[in-house]
Design a protein around this ligand. Structure first.
Ligand code: ATP
Ligand code: MG
Length: 566
């Protein structure tokens, strides 16, 4: 089925593919690839590219998508990254079947292609230094100058290139360049370097090679070797399309893929650059690539995001031809929307204060039935124990309640979710700190289950946890890692870090239903948001990550009234 039939809004790439199918450009084949360089962990930007490439393969009957590691730079690449990328693509829900490739597998063939270019008089060994090459390249306004080595004979070039390969030269002593045009309007076409000498072990080929092909030479040829039809990349490669085409046209490869560029994903409050994310990791600003504040795929996984919500987000933002910045609130919305469907509800008090219900029998315990997910009865029910002493959130009590504050206050009645109405009779303060120490209430036995027949209005509903049944848990509450929408707005992104991006709450009280939850298990903490069990949990203490908040209506009211008062 063509995506046209599935989805009214077909993006410009799928339109192009539909045209190619109609014209039979590739004999009915549609073959894409996702080509990460294993020099870091994947981030939300990569998710967009993964969803596009694998999504197209899924949309078309003849569609197919390769996972290819673009591993031509041994100085920055590691096996750890390869493994994390494999795990992340799988977790997102995509399957490359048996089509896992490495550009390094093509080193022999790429070498032969380079030799072919030399023999055609289309490549030469250049012995200028890196600085000289830059100097000779000219500027956007001025043409470059030919290298003095540009007219080496084919024989000399073949001999030198062979010696480069066999290790007779030092790192960077010579390079191989394509012989194109030093006055070309695109800088990338001014005799680009296609091979360089680098005496460094490679994570897959070990010491076999000391020359490595560069991106512009490797990528198009890897696409051709794999029979790729549509090679999708981000807009910054637009000019590189000229060299992509030059290499394939000059070498007359059997397959002739085409490069199409699309807009990269930028999100506000977020950095999507592996190099900068690596800085955050290396400088210990975050706990690692999977720190839940990082919008890496592994960070989002640990934080409790679901693959479905990330895929849905990528669908919603669509594919465009010009760059823009997406609001991170959309990603959070997608996460919330999915978790609402799948997360079990549970009550956890993050900042507990004790409530003693004076007229409740001392040793009595009752169990209330509660839906795991009120919107989906099939999610089942759980029992919530209730007793004389419970915890509620400190912020749910005010000695002097402001207007529109409908929670507990002296003389006020509120509903305890699933349990009873309680009314505040008195409270005790710590003499030194002035902090509320305990609140004394009475309950109405006729309101069992949290409802009363006499029709009296109780506006506030609080979550709570029975003291003697409570499990002490740790909760890590996150805020954005950066305080500015554009973390790089004229400054180093490290100057815009949010000092309050992580708060560790050590003394949270959870209802017993939480016991035994495995890392990765997701919950909605009633009134508090979505949370997910962190791998740091032990058998003594569960640790939770806040995935995303619920929209907190009170915080909004308070914020806007603060604004008005200013
Ligand atoms: P980074 O800038 O984070 O290092 P990159 O482009 O160098 O990213 P690659 O590993 O080369 O990372 O990227 C693999 C694929 O993912 C490429 O096709 C690239 O175009 C795509 N990609 C990377 N970042 C984004 C993004 N922000 N939005 C969409 N696609 C992206
Ligand atoms: Mg790259």
């Amino acid at each position: 089925m063509l995506p046209e039939e599935k989805n009214a809004a077909v993006d410009f790439i799928r339109q192009k593919i539909n045209e190619d199918l109609e014209k039979n450009t590739y004999g009915g084949r549609i073959h894409t690839r996702f080509p990460p360089e294993p020099n870091g962990y994947l981030h939300i930007g990569h998710a967009k590219s993964i969803c596009l490439n694998f999504g197209i393969a899924d949309d078309y009957e003849s569609g197919s998508c390769n996972l290819r590691f673009d591993d031509t730079n041994p100085a920055r690449e590691e096996t750890e990254y390869v493994e994390s990328i494999i795990e992340d693509v799988k977790w997102l829900g995509f399957d490359w079947e048996d089509k896992l490739f490495y550009a390094s597998d093509y080193f022999d063939r790429l070498y032969n292609y380079a030799v072919q270019l030399i023999k055609m008089g289309k490549a030469y060994v250049c012995s200028l230094t890196g600085d000289q090459i830059r100097e000779y390249r000219g500027t956007l306004k001025e043409p470059g100058k030919n290298s003095p080595y540009r007219n080496r004979t084919i024989e000399e070039n073949l001999e030198l290139f062979e010696k480069m390969k066999s290790g007779e030269f030092k790192t960077a002593e010579h390079v191989l360049r394509a012989k194109i045009d030093m006055a070309h309007p695109y800088m990338v076409m001014r005799d680009p370097v296609i091979y360089r000498i680098l005496h460094q072990d490679h994570h897959r080929t070990g010491q076999k090679w000391c020359i490595y092909p560069l991106y512009d030479f490797t990528h198009c040829l890897s696409d051709a070797i794999e029979g790729i039809t549509h090679s999708l990349c981000t807009l910054e490669f637009e000019n590189n399309r000229a060299i992509y085409d030059w290499v394939l046209d000059t070498l007359q490869t059997e397959n002739r893929p085409q490069q199409i560029e699309f807009a990269r994903l930028n999100l506000n409050y977020t950095i999507v650059s592996k190099r900068k994310l690596l800085t955050l990791v290396n400088e210990g600003i975050v706990s690692g690539w999977n720190d839940p504040r990082m919008l890496t795929i592994s960070g989002m996984r640990r934080r409790g995001y679901t693959p479905e919500s990330i895929r849905n987000f990528c669908d919603r933002i669509g594919i465009a031809k010009s760059n823009s910045v997406v609001d991170i609130a959309l990603l959070e919305f997608c996460v919330r929307e999915h978790l609402n469907k799948i997360a079990d509800r549970i009550m956890v008090v993050l900042d507990p204060v004790k409530v003693i219900i004076d007229n409740y029998p001392d040793d009595q315990v009752e169990e209330f039935d509660a839906d795991n997910n009120p919107e989906y009865p099939e999610a089942g029910k759980r029992k919530v124990p209730f007793s004389k002493t419970i915890f509620i959130e400190r912020e749910d009590f005010r000695e002097e309640p402001p207007g529109k504050f409908f929670r507990l206050a002296p003389g006020r009645e509120v509903r305890l979710k699933h349990a009873y109405y309680i009314k505040c009779e008195s409270f005790l303060k710590d003499e030194n700190t002035g902090e509320i120490k305990e609140i004394h209430c009475s309950y109405d036995p006729a309101s069992r289950g949290g409802w009363s027949d006499d029709g009296r209005k109780v506006k506030g509903t609080l979550h709570w946890v029975s003291e003697k049944h409570a499990h002490n848990v740790e909760v890590r509450v996150y805020d954005r890692l950066f305080i500015k929408e554009d973390p790089e707005d004229g400054v180093d992104f490290r100057d815009n870090l949010n000092p309050e991006s992580l708060k560790v709450l050590n003394n949270c009280m959870a209802e017993p239903g939480i016991a035994g939850s495995e890392p990765g298990k997701r919950f909605q903490f009633l009134r508090k948001g979505y949370f997910c069990v962190d791998p740091d949990s032990s058998s003594d203490k569960l640790v939770f990550n806040q995935t995303v908040t619920l929209r907190d209506t009170w915080a909004k009211i308070e914020k806007s009234s603060n604004k008005q008062n200013k």
